[in-house]
Design a protein around this ligand. Structure first.
Ligand SMILES: CC(=O)N[C@H]1[C@@H](OP(=O)(O)OP(=O)(O)OC[C@H]2O[C@@H](n3ccc(=O)[nH]c3=O)[C@H](O)[C@@H]2O)O[C@H](CO)[C@@H](O)[C@@H]1O
Ligand SMILES: C=C(OP(=O)(O)O)C(=O)O
Length: 435
């Protein structure tokens, strides 16, 4: 288990380029299984989850070639289906959440798939019913081996169908779309998730020859085609990383420019941070954040306390609520952070409370943060990163704190933020990786 030693109280200055989006990359990489032709992908982030998925694809027989610093080609012309029955496959696949999205492509192309319970953050119940409901609607048979915790899905002949999803699951929608692109006839998915990750996936599939309409909405229509061909794809900048940098800049009174942020794809993210009182300027496609000694949380129009809650896209992503929460600790004002989707994602606030933050955890889903307006700095402590976004929130807290902090279990952070220590140190941070 590795740790970060973080010296607090330093102001950062300079430019930072966001990595390619983690959650998009996980979908896009799974989609290479849908064709025997070569697929070239750019802006692949060098992070643990993505590297694990690339390794898994390679173990499955996909030809993987690194063709540039952030570019790879993939060719799934000789997939080893027997490998899917091995313990090695099941173990590797279950070490990350994104691997669940190999099921849809495997079902579409080879008529069957299997997977053990996928990993990812332990942030509450993470059910997969939506995925299997969708596959079943397309005519596949689902079987769960509860002893071995293995999901089996079989369906040689998928047929397009109408389905109304019980929830707009992100990975569930991606999985069902990938299963449906080569089904016989028309599939309609209502209450589909429509995050930029999914928009990017659908655009890529269309370039491969799929016929998907309704992209960006919660009603997707897919006309099945016989075959898909190769393509080239480039990932969007990671909107969660961008939000993390905005919060980090405010907390540490840093002056930073986030380069090439593709602002028109960030949805409500910039406005949500603006409501926290954080000033930013859009300079072309860059986001400039000036050094801010004070920032004041808005109230609602009637003067009542602001609530920031997650919602499915185009609402505010749950993956940035921990960042909003930590940012509020040094703001002026009060905010209620309401994490509706996950029930165990706010427990990390006990570490912030130990550092001196004023937070009341009302229940597992809601925390009230009373901003200190920098009257008292947070104090550096030793802490463990429970999940990826809490981990970065603790890193932000440590960077703004008085004294030195140690953050353990930074593998969680490495899951989703590439070379984070080196990139922040280049702007003036003091973060040392201790192995
Ligand atoms: C690899 C990947 O892409 N992971 C992301 C993906 O996970 P993932 O696809 O696993 O998350 P889902 O969208 O399936 O659901 C997330 C949680 O929200 C709940 N839920 C979902 C939809 C809904 O309408 N109502 C509802 O309550 C689910 O029950 C679940 O507890 O989407 C999540 C929600 O944006 C993000 O936090 C994860 O970072
Ligand atoms: C929860 C997240 O990731 P995963 O779904 O991979 O656990 C996240 O990216 O914030």
């Amino acid at each position: 288990m590795s740790s970060f030693r973080v010296k607090g109280g330093l102001k950062l200055k300079g430019e930072i380029i966001p990595q390619g989006a983690k959650n998009e990359a996980l979908q896009i990489l799974c989609a290479v299984l849908l064709t025997s032709e070569k697929v070239t992908i750019h802006k692949i982030p060098n992070i643990r989850d993505v590297n694990k998925l690339i390794e898994l694809l390679s173990d499955m027989g996909v030809k993987v070639e690194k063709v540039g610093p952030e570019s790879y080609t993939f060719q799934a012309d000789n997939v080893d289906l027997k490998y899917l029955d091995t313990d090695d496959f099941l173990k590797k696949a279950s070490s990350l959440r994104g691997s669940v999205m190999i099921l849809g492509p495997l079902l579409a192309r080879f008529g069957h798939g299997r997977l053990s319970k996928p990993g990812g953050d332990k942030i509450g119940r993470r059910r997969m019913d939506t995925h299997f409901y969708g596959f079943q609607k397309l005519g596949a048979e689902f079987h769960y081996d509860s002893k071995k915790e293995i999901y089996h899905i079989d369906g040689k002949k998928l047929r397009g169908a109408y389905m109304l999803l019980d929830e707009a699951s992100v990975t569930g929608t991606a999985n069902i779309v990938m299963a449906a692109v080569m089904a016989d006839g028309k599939t309609t998915i209502y209450n589909a998730a429509c995050e930029p990750y999914l928009q990017q996936l659908c655009d890529m599939l269309n370039r491969m020859g799929a016929k998907i309409t309704g992209i960006g909405s919660n009603l997707l229509t897919i006309e099945g085609v016989k075959k898909l061909k190769g393509t080239e794809h480039s990932m969007l900048p990671d909107m969660i990383e961008i939000g993390s940098f905005i919060g980090m800049a405010a907390m540490t009174q840093s002056e930073i420019t986030i380069k090439d942020a593709q602002i028109n794809r960030l949805g409500i993210i910039p406005d949500t941070f603006k409501r926290m009182g954080i000033k930013m300027e859009f300079r072309g496609d860059d986001i400039y954040i000036p050094s801010q000694k004070h920032y004041e949380i808005e109230t609602f129009i009637d003067g009542s306390i602001l609530t920031v809650a997650d919602a499915i896209w185009p609402g505010f992503t749950p993956d940035l609520l921990s960042i909003v929460l930590v940012t509020a600790t040094q703001a002026k004002g009060t905010v209620l952070v309401h994490q509706k989707m996950f029930e165990s994602r706010l427990f990390f606030v006990d570490k912030l409370i130990d550092m001196g933050a004023q937070i009341i955890l009302c229940d597992p889903h809601r925390a009230t943060v009373i901003g200190l307006d920098r009257k008292y700095p947070l104090k550096g402590i030793r802490m463990t990163s429970p999940d990826i976004r809490a981990g970065v929130s603790l890193l932000i807290a440590a960077m703004s704190a008085e004294g030195t902090s140690i953050i353990d279990n930074i593998e969680q952070i490495d899951r989703g933020y590439q070379y984070i220590d080196q990139r922040l140190n280049a702007l003036g941070a003091d973060i040392v990786r201790i192995d």
